[in-house]
Design a protein around this ligand. Structure first.
Ligand code: FES
Ligand SMILES: [Fe+2]
Length: 374
């Protein structure tokens, strides 16, 4: 890695111009925008952030479409709430758009423009949309033609299985005064558990394995206490036979972490995303739920399921929020002196995924091939 790349490490955590540049580049990367439950019915829409810009995704029949959230007329935001249902009609002068983003309803058009809406031909910039499981991803159009399937690689069948959300999921959110990359990096760090989460013991390297996956190895995962690999898990998922044996976390570049854990006897999943707001501020949003992975239940577990499934999500929420809070407050401390980070960190074997993340980040900011790592 070049000296300039190492210096950039620190600068990107605090510099607003660098943040804006970075976000513009990352907008070409497939990014989580919504989950299926937000877009179930015809006309449902959700506002999201992509590449530092406000965008929205809307269901039209069996199709999902995404557009930049600004009117072609005078750039008023078309969606002024987080979610809703209804046609695309601008609140400023009532221009109305069709499912292709074309302004086909322009009030008083021939009087004030001397033209029909078709002759004016105003259109919203569209974004590419693709889904995996219940996850709706988007990106600004790019020449590389990379599909979501290629982007995720082995992660595609895995997410199609573990992120196939049931009707009931539970939401989690937090506002954090820290750069989004610090939040991603703490999910890639298995060395902080004793100091930050008050675990009794450090993990041993032999207990876990790290893997990279997807196009250009942008994503990474930690598998605990198993011989399985992402390729094995992907094959199991494709065969409809997903059989995890312990905790696993999948970090999807740029800003999503999906953890799979046991809430006995079931497998639960927690999907979280760190949405960049500014260089020093981020928003966490997350969903946890019981996955559809089949498990063997004892007769007693089956018997108490109606009651235990009321209590279990509360327990999961307690631990998930507590762990998140500890992580987020630690990241706020990191952010408070981030401007003083003037060297490459001294990464341990249990933080090596942070370097992998940084390589993926650098690659996204340049059109050049992935930087050579020394
Ligand atoms: S800005 Fe949208 S109709 Fe005028
Ligand atoms: Fe943590």
């Amino acid at each position: 890695m070049t000296a300039e790349m190492r210096r950039a490490w620190a600068r990107t955590l605090t510099s607003e111009p660098d943040f804006l540049k970075e976000q513009a580049s990352l907008g070409k990367c497939w990014t989580l925008l919504a989950v299926g439950e937000d877009l179930l019915n015809d006309g449902d829409w959700i506002r999201a952030t992509l590449g530092g810009k406000s965008v929205f995704v809307q269901r039209f029949g069996d199709q999902l479409k995404g557009f930049e959230n600004r009117c072609a007329h005078r750039f008023f935001p078309l969606r002024t709430a987080d979610k809703g249902n209804g046609p695309i009609v601008c609140g400023f002068h009532h221009w109305r758009y069709d499912r292709d983003g074309l302004a086909l309803g322009i009030p008083h058009s021939t009087e004030v423009y001397g033209k029909t809406p078709r002759e004016i031909g105003a259109r919203l910039p569209s974004i590419d949309i693709a889904t995996c499981g219940s996850l709706v991803f988007g990106r600004f159009p790019s020449d590389d033609g990379e599909s979501l399937e290629a982007f995720l690689g082995d992660g595609f069948p895995i997410l199609a299985t573990i992120a196939d959300m049931p009707a009931k999921s539970y939401k989690i959110s937090d506002d954090i005064a820290a750069n989004w990359m610090l939040l991603m990096q703490i999910t890639l760090d298995d060395y902080h558990l004793v100091a930050v989460h008050h675990r009794k013991k450090f993990s041993m390297n032999r207990e876990m394995a790290y893997y990279r996956f997807g196009a250009y190895d942008r994503h990474s995962t930690q598998f605990v206490h198993t011989q399985d690999t992402p390729a094995i898990m992907a094959a199991q998922c494709l065969a409809g036979n997903c059989k995890p044996d312990d905790y696993r976390i999948f970090n999807i570049f740029p800003n999503v972490a999906v953890s799979l854990f046991r809430a006995k006897p079931y497998w639960y999943c927690f999907i979280q995303q760190f949405i960049p707001v500014s260089a020093g501020r981020s928003q966490q949003r997350g969903w946890f739920y019981r996955t559809k992975i089949e498990v063997e239940e004892t007769a007693f577990e089956k018997f108490i399921e109606p009651v235990s499934e009321i209590i279990r999500p509360r327990i999961v929420r307690y631990f998930t929020e507590r762990t998140g809070d500890e992580d987020h407050r630690a990241c706020e401390q990191l952010q408070s002196v981030a401007a003083q980070a003037d060297a490459w960190p001294i990464l341990s074997s249990q933080e090596k995924r942070i370097e992998w993340f940084w390589q993926a980040y650098q690659r996204s900011l340049t059109t050049a091939p992935a930087p050579e790592v020394v």
